[in-house]
Design a protein around this ligand. Sequence first.
Ligand code: 5GP
Length: 115
Amino acid sequence: MTAEKTIFKKIIDREIPATIVYEDDRCLAFEDINPVAPTHVVVIPKKEIVSVDDLSEEDEALVGHLFVVMRKIAAELHLESGYRVVTNCGRDAGQEVMHLHFHLLGGRGFRWPPG
Ligand code: 5GP
């Protein structure tokens, strides 16, 4: 039996719609359906990795690529005054979608420490 696809895999496979802001052969970035900031983009690898906890050495270049892509998206979206990159890993962090993703948040100030 095949495991159920995550919602993000369905977005990659164009089975459900999303507002895509960037795509290349290794990753996809789209607007979050429930934004918590004026800019809220979700950046994901096309490779199915559950979370940071599931990364291996072979993923080092991929993760580096995701960060360079986020820097380019932030520039494109004029987040010159700053932005936050967040990844939730596991239950305590509130991870809901079991496909590695980075939240690129901007357009307002953010507190520290986070909630
Ligand atoms: P997590 O809590 O796992 O770090 O974040 C999952 C994120 O995915 C949430 O911010 C949620 O709003 C977003 N999300 C969940 N389902 C969908 C969807 O179907 N489309 C889009 N664009 N975002 C989604």
